[in-house]
Design a protein around this ligand. Sequence first.
Ligand SMILES: [Zn+2]
Length: 535
Amino acid sequence: MNEMECESKLLRVGNYYRLSDEDRDKQNKLDDSESIKNQKHLLLDEIAKHPNYILVDEYCDEDLSGAGTYRPEFERLIRDCELGKIDIVLCKSQSRFSRDMEIIEKYLHNKFIEWNVRFISLSDNADTSNPGNKKSRQINGLVNEWYLEDVSNNIRSAFHSKMKQGEFISPFASYGYEVSKEDNNKLVIDPVASEVIKDIFDLYLGGLGFTGIAKHLNSKNIPCPSLYKYQKGIKLNVISNRPREQIKWSTNAIKTILTNELYLGHLIQGKRTTVSYKNHKIINNDKSKWIRKENMHEAIIDEETFNKVQMEMKERTKPIKKTGMVHIFSGKVFCLECEHYLRKKNSSRHEYLVCSNNRDGYDDCINKSSMRYDTLEDIVLNVINEKIKKFYDEEILRQEESKKNISRFADKIKALEKEKIELENKLSKNKNYLKSLYEDKVNGIINPDQFKDLLDDYNKNEDIYKDQIKQINNDINFYTLKQESTSNNKKLFSKYKTLNKLNRVIVDEFIDKIYIGKIDKETNTRNIQIKWNFE
Ligand SMILES: [Zn+2]
């Protein structure tokens, strides 16, 4: 492309801005606007210098690192490039676009060429339309990556020493607190959220469980922590397949709050870390690596209440049966309404099954009521016993029938055996006849021709008798087998008489799946369907 063409053709430009942790001004970490503003000014100035550049869109990722894999605006930019909406990607520097060598190679030197997209970064003079520029772009990429690794290690060690001194280092405070405006390494009480925290502890001591508390808060439209922070203007990267407004209090959120010593005024940091500066997957640190500092901020919950809750929690979650065994319906019970499996839930007194589609304070299935485990056990036991009884009732008829058959077969066999004996007699008589035939021939009573004819007759008879005996033996075998199989045709059911208790083996033998429907409010009944292993 020569200079003239380049100037005359209109080019659609997409500006990409990124503000990252590694560039953040540590003295003034809440003011992030400068840097993005600067990037924007610089890029818009550049566009103004070229009359044939048209700005079609701006893409801005804030608070996201140059090596991170989750950069929503970056993803959108790449999609628009692929869709052919953009001719030029404009950045302040190549490191704004990415500090990761793999990404630089993948896009700048591969995909962008394929999609006919030109990459320009201003402060380091990268321009993919200039082939001589490629080596310096690659060197830039490498330097950027080393830089990122160094920064990451420095930040890690700086954070570690801050945590050891009891300074709060996360940019966001946990629900119930805010980062102090005077000292951003200190937490102060959030007057609104702290009241919800107190309510949660009270509700628990009042007898509600985790899910009960979550449902209570959801029903009163109290925003859950991530929604609350969002409404306060704190941008968190919440990864959820639901729209933010629909994210609710979950069972887990309640449990986390009720066990968090933060609310006692203690600071516990370093619970989690990321794998590396390039892999942002969060991993849990071993408890020995946690950094704990007591009384670093004002408590929301007093120690007595907190301890009472911990005791109560231990009490309530005590297993009812101490057998570590698989429960007898495990993997077999499903929701008739939504086909999700039913999960087991314990309360202090009973075990229940509930549709797993309604867990954690969400209400996605119309099948709301739980099913008591022992009730289901009784129902299934009864149905199996009915099946067994029906089998035995029918069995009496079958047995009478087979008794008749058995005696019929016995008569048949007796007759066949009699016939067989007669044939065997004939066969031995025939043998005697052969003997006398030879004697007659030797004594000259019959001549050789006569002898030959009579011998043929003998052989013919011998074959006939032998065939008949073989046939009778087959018949006797057939009737004997029939006799045995009639008295043997019971297998599964005849193993059991009336059952008193179910066990895993019996359930497995009889049942494929159990479906439990919602409770019909008018009739106060619920549909339970069993898919049997037979029928
Ligand atoms: Zn369901």
